[in-house]
Write a protein that binds this ligand. Sequence first.
Ligand code: MV4
Length: 499
Amino acid sequence: MNDSSKIHKLLIANRGEIALRIMRSAKEMGIQTVAVYSEIDRKAMHVRFADEAYCIGPAPSSESYLRMDKIIDVAKQSGADAIHPGYGFLSENEDFADLVKKEGLKFVGPSGDSMRIMGSKLAAKEAVAKFNVPLVPGTSTPINDVAEAKSIAKKIGYPILIKASAGGGGKGMRVVENESEFQSQMERAISEATASFGDGAVFIEKYIAKPRHIEFQVFGDMHGNVVHLFDRECSIQRRHQKVVEEAPSPVLTTELRKKMGEAAVNAAKAANYYNAGTIEFILDEDMSFYFLEMNTRLQVEHPVTELITGLDLVKLQIKIAEGEKLPFTQEQLTIHGHAIELRVCAEDPSNNFLPDIGTLQTYRRPQGHGIRVDDGFEEGMKIPVQYDPLLAKLIVYAETRELAMDKMIRAIDDYELSGVETTLGFGKFVMKHPAFRSGNFNTRFIENYFKPEYLLGEEDVESEKLAAALAVSLSSSTTKIAEVHTTVETASKWKKNRM
Ligand code: MV4
């Protein structure tokens, strides 16, 4: 490899915790860092942490962090030779990836063409199907004719799900319970998809009612090598926003992990993928798994993978963008221990997780062995309403899942944060909940178990009382009560053991 392929100066086209995360790795590699910022972020941490920083416009992201032209201008003006997009903003914009390259810069991410394939759910399904990746039973072409679609739905069996090809992250999905609703739901789905995405293509899938969300981190290089870096369990979500993620998933056996990992690698190969990506699967109650979509970026929850694999994913991304080969084979990769991440968001869980605005009056991070905090705010700073409400990611690592959950509870207790409502208290609720502790939960965890009242005065509520209240609230389902009762016993034993 010649030296000209090395990155010397990296522009980070992002803000907040991820901008800092990327700059740290770049600095350790001897790479100069360039920040861009909006007027409202003038005093933000990522601006001060970078070697150089340039203002690119007013607060609204459409006038700053989404302005490809301004970001390219700054790259040229500063002499940067590469751009890292982080997550969100321009990270999955295929035109930006192409433009960066056209301007003679390196893009720390996949090719625009890979993004194009995976950005269309239908194109993605078609591509991965050829590589033997399991798909939810359904159609792999757009449905147009109502009568034909109804006959397909009948064969699949109700309930079915209508999805928009241009959708993703849960946008544009409609459940159809029976044939009588089919036509009206299909018409609505098409008009919604047209209005939201400018693409009315929709398709049908069998509806998996209680799935777990399990994703695989994949990495490819520009020489055709692809590996997976194992799985993350991301079932604790609210409005398609993840709140708690962990690695590895508590339900996968070594055998299933291997099978899903192979499918993930094949899915990435189907898109000629390089750099970091995530293959999202749903796992049904019978342990069947299906490919849902691919995220063509570094994800928020990447730290849990870093902790169980011992790898720095950002450094790896940079080396891949420099043209290096993957420094390991699949056989050389192993996992150790257990990691859990809590997204500390400026949201009020007792008010429907609505964003909360304000100033961070007190802000002190928890400390100690196995605790990592990735954040982008500090005491006294105003939380801007224009951007993502993520304040910090609290990540813990321990030898076992049980120890990691206990460490998370301690870390939440030690976190001193005031001025805004956050998801910290909710995180403690999850860590203490019998269903979470047992590992037996799915994407309906919040709707099944969480009531806003549980957080009011949660300091005084004994876990036993909480569990009893839950058992009552679940009285419509006898099996669930049984589950709660057995695990409550485990929970109180655990508490005694600690004392
Ligand atoms: C599904 C599904 C059930 N059946 N597809 C939601 C986001 C997008 N990635 C796909 N999603 C789903 N697709 C079929 N055929 C249920 C979901 C889903 C979901 C998936 C993962 C994590 C959380 C979720 C919450 C609600 C619905």
